[in-house]
Structure formats: structure tokens, C-alpha cells
Design a protein around this ligand. Structure first.
Ligand SMILES: O=C(O)C1=C[C@@H](OP(=O)(O)O)[C@@H](O)[C@H](O)C1
Ligand SMILES: C=C(OP(=O)(O)O)C(=O)O
Length: 437
């Protein structure tokens, strides 16, 4: 169900401090690892949003012990067991890639019958490369709708000795992350070979770092192959503090640059493995001033912004923020190597192009790039009664969040269905309103 549109007031200034919500990627990885580990894990500062809610509900439905108290969670792992306590379940996973892909891998190595489905868009997001890889390890997975896409039915794994699994890495890094997360739990040794150029590499580093925190070291040959020793198993580290979400930080850091600053985000900084902390470099390339402490970042700047032409493959989520910033640049900007945008919450290349054009930008799109020539006059002062631009959000939280930055321009902005931010940042618009004027 869609939510009532928000009319954003014209803003000029952005300054202040905000605490970031927990990282989506770390939250869902930690929940699954805690569920698979021996022992109890206390998870602090977990992201409270749709993507983590579906993961928590799925784990509960599978019989994993989940207790919550004042925003902290205690997960009692299933440890040495090679299956989940509940042997048959239907799991609804919304549009959460970080729940759907890793749970598919874990359940494919288990011993029950599970049906996994999501929202209609999730049923258009590819999963075939992961299923193909898991079948090499004896997984019994059937497609309920179209081949290569959810929904899926997973039955108990057939024992198979093959210890090499090949997975394509050029559609989503989540397939490789899913295999890396699940195999140590199965206890079977495996060598995972990556075919094609792996995209979104920092997310795999994040996976490896968290696996290590749960006591398993993965052997690796660069980005081409990863090995998990037979007899591996996860052990709870006791407590995990989830750091702030670096992708969510991108909107506020960008606001700090557009609106003077200083705007400080707390919860993520230079100690983070999240690739999107490097969005700071993109802001610097556009003329912004960004400083990075161990667990906080601060941005300041002024208009106009310098044009950019950048490969965004390592930061596909924060890259959407950069695309909207192109409206404020003094010349054409180009975002390259972003083919994965086409298979995310919506076709983000098409959606971004359509909405930027509403502001008068000239946009060229290709299979894996978007080029934006800013609209003439976008940096001019607001005229007396400009007509508002109504932004469609395509049930994509990032479309809603990044287009809030257009309110620094010369026209009023209306964001349609702003409630879609619930996927990763339910109170985004309230936080944004507190920091801009
Ligand atoms: O592993 C993860 O946590 C994620 C990986 C990325 O997806 P792709 O690997 O499909 O680019 C990213 O866009 C997504 O928001 C989260
Ligand atoms: C691509 C995204 O989500 P998912 O984890 O569902 O892939 C995203 O949050 O931008």
C-alpha cells in the first residue's frame, strides 16, 4: 500500500549531528551467523527496518531462539546441528536481498522443506546463479514461478562429495556472500570459484570480516577462489555491536556539502569495512570537504559542485546519491559500471533517468551507465512560484532518500510514496527535516 506524498520545503542550509541507523548489510549477516553459531550472541544497535524484520521473523519461524529487549537482541544459535529445529516452513522475505540470498544458501544445505517468497519485485530479481552453484553441492531447489527467480522450494540436500562449487560474480555479489556464510555451518569443506568479474567487492570483504568474527577463517586466492576447511563451525563472539549504515550516511553527507554544513554523522567512519564510507571520496571529487574519524564523518561545502566521471562498481548504493548530486554540477557527470542497478529494488538506471529528466536534466542511459547533464538554471535562485516536481519512487527506498536532496534546488519537490524508506530507514524524512532549513 502506498503512503501519502511528502512536499519538501525549499532548503538552503544543512548542519547538525545525527546518529545513523544500524547497517543493513551487517545486521542481516550478523543475525544469520548468530543463528548458525554455537552459543548465544547479543546483537546491539541492530537496524530496525523491514529488511531486518523479515530476517528475524524467518529465523523465529525456523525455530531459532530470538529474544529482544530495548532494541538489543539475543540470538541462541543452533550450533553443531546441521539443520534448523523446524523442518518445514514458508518464509516471506519481502524485498530483502540480504535475507533472501543467504537464507537460500543455508536452507539448501539443511534437511527440511522450505518455501521462500517475497514481494512481486523480489520475484523479478535474479537468483539463478546462486541456485546453480548450490545444486553443484547437492542442493534440491525448485523454482515455483520462472526459472532463475524466486519463489523457491528447497528440499533436503542430497549428500554429494563434490567439494568445488562455481558461482558467477557479475550479477550480484550476494550470491558469493551467501555461499561463504552458509558453507562453514554445513561442516563440509568447499572450494568456491568465482566466474566472471565479481561486482560490489566491498560487500564480500564485509562478509569475510564477519565470518572471521564468528571464528572461521576463509582461505582465498584474490577474488577468484575461496576455501572453507572441512569441519569448520561458527562460534558466537558473545556481543556484536552493529555499526551505522554507510549507505544511509551518504544522504546526510551530501546534504552537508549542498547546504554548507558542518553535518556530522555518527556510527560509521574509517574503521569500517563498508564500501560506502568511500562515498566521501566522491564528495571530495565534487568539491565537498569531508573529514573521517574512526566512528564518525563530517561534511561541509558549497554550490556549485564539480562534474565527475567515475566507476561506481564498488559503491552501487551510495552511487544513487551521486546521481542526484549531478543536478548541482557545473557540467556533465557520468556514473559507470553500474549494471547491477537494473536488478535491484527497481530498474534503478531507468528510474533515475526518468526522475532526473523531470528536473530538466538531459540523461543518457546505457546497459551499465548513466550520464547526466544538469538542467540549465538549476543553480539559480528559486523564482516566486515555481511548479513542484513530483518524484516517483518505484517502491525503492533509495529513490525516495536520494531525491530528498533535490530540495536544495530551485523547485519544490514532492516525494511520492515516501513510506518505501521503511526497507532500511523508517524515520528518514523526520531525520532529514531536523537537519535542513
Ligand atoms: O551484500 C550486501 O549486503 C549487499 C550487496 C550489494 O548488492 P549487489 O552485490 O547485488 O550489488 C548492495 O547493493 C546491497 O544493498 C547489499
Ligand atoms: C540493493 C539493495 O538491497 P538488497 O539488499 O535487497 O539487495 C539496496 O538496499 O540498495
Amino acid at each position: 500500500m502506498s503512503t501519502a506524498a511528502i512536499a519538501l520545503p525549499a532548503v538552503r542550509r544543512a548542519a547538525g549531528t545525527m546518529r545513523l541507523p544500524g547497517s543493513k548489510s551487517i545486521s542481516n549477516r550478523t543475525l544469520l551467523l548468530a543463528a548458525l553459531a554455537r552459543g548465544t550472541t547479543e546483537v546491539r544497535s541492530l537496524l530496525q527496518a523491514d529488511d531486518t524484520r523479515v530476517m528475524l521473523e524467518a529465523l523465529r519461524a525456523l525455530g531459532v531462539g530470538v529474544e529482544s529487549h530495548e532494541g538489543h537482541y539475543r540470538i541462541t544459535g543452533i550450533g553443531g546441528a546441521k539443520g534448523f529445529p523446524v523442518k518445514a516452513a514458508k518464509l516471506f522475505l519481502g524485498n530483502a536481498g540480504t535475507a533472501f540470498r543467504p537464507l537460500t544458501a543455508a536452507l539448501a544445505l539443511a534437511d527440511g522443506r522450505y518455501e521462500l517468497s517475497g514481494v512481486p519485485r523480489m520475484h523479478e530479481r535474479p537468483i539463478g546463479d546462486l541456485v546453480t552453484a548450490l545444486r553443484q553441492a547437492g542442493a534440491n531447489i525448485d523454482y515455483r514461478g520462472h526459472d532463475g527467480f524466486p519463489p523457491l522450494v528447497i528440499d533436503a540436500r542430497s549428500p554429494r562429495e563434490s567439494s568445488v562449487v562455481r558461482v558467477r560474480g557479475d550479477v550480484s555479489s550476494q550470491f558469493l556472500s551467501a555461499l561463504l556464510l552458509a558453507f562453514p555451518w554445513s561442516g563440509a569443506g568447499v572450494r568456491i570459484e568465482v566466474e566472471g568479474e565479481l561486482i560490489s567487492k566491498p560487500y564480500v570483504e564485509l562478509t569475510l570480516g564477519l565470518i572471521e568474527q564468528f571464528g572461521v577463517t576463509v582461505g582465498r586466492e584474490g577474488w577468484r577462489a575461496f576455501t572453507i576447511a572441512p569441519g569448520s563451525s561458527y562460534a558466537s563472539p558473545g556481543v556484536v555491536d552493529v555499526e551505522g549504515d554507510a549507505s544511509s550516511a551518504s544522504y546526510f553527507l551530501a546534504a552537508g556539502v549542498l547546504g554548507g554544513g558542518p553535518l556530522r554523522v555518527e556510527g560509521v567512519g574509517s574503521t569500517s569495512r563498508q564500501g560506502d564510507v568511500h562515498f566521501a571520496d566522491v564528495l571530495r571529487a565534487m568539491g565537498g570537504r569531508v573529514t573521517t574519524g574512526a566512528h564518525a564523518m563530517e561534511a561541509a561545502g558549497s554550490l556549485p559542485l564539480a562534474p565527475f566521471d567515475l566507476d561506481m562498481n564498488l559503491i552501487p548504493d551510495a552511487a544513487m546519491t551521486a546521481a542526484v548530486l549531478a543536478l548541482f554540477a557545473t557540467g556533465p557527470c557520468r556514473l559507470r559500471n553500474i549494471a547491477s542497478w537494473r536488478v535491484k529494488e527497481t530498474d534503478r538506471i531507468a528510474a533515475m533517468a526518468a526522475e532526473l529528466r523531470k528536473f530538466g536534466a538531459t540523461v543518457e542511459e546505457g546497459a551499465d551507465f548513466i550520464a547526466v547533464t544538469p538542467p540549465p538554471g538549476f543553480l539559480a535562485p528559486r523564482s516566486a512560484t515555481p511548479a513542484p516536481v513530483s518524484v516517483d519512487t518505484y517502491d525503492d527506498h533509495r529513490m525516495a532518500m536520494c531525491f530528498s536532496l533535490a530540495s536544495f534546488g530551485p523547485v519544490p519537490v514532492v516525494i511520492n510514496d515516501p513510506g518505501c524508506v521503511a526497507k532500511t530507514f523508517p524515520d528518514y524524512f523526520a531525520q532529514f527535516a531536523k537537519l535542513v532549513s
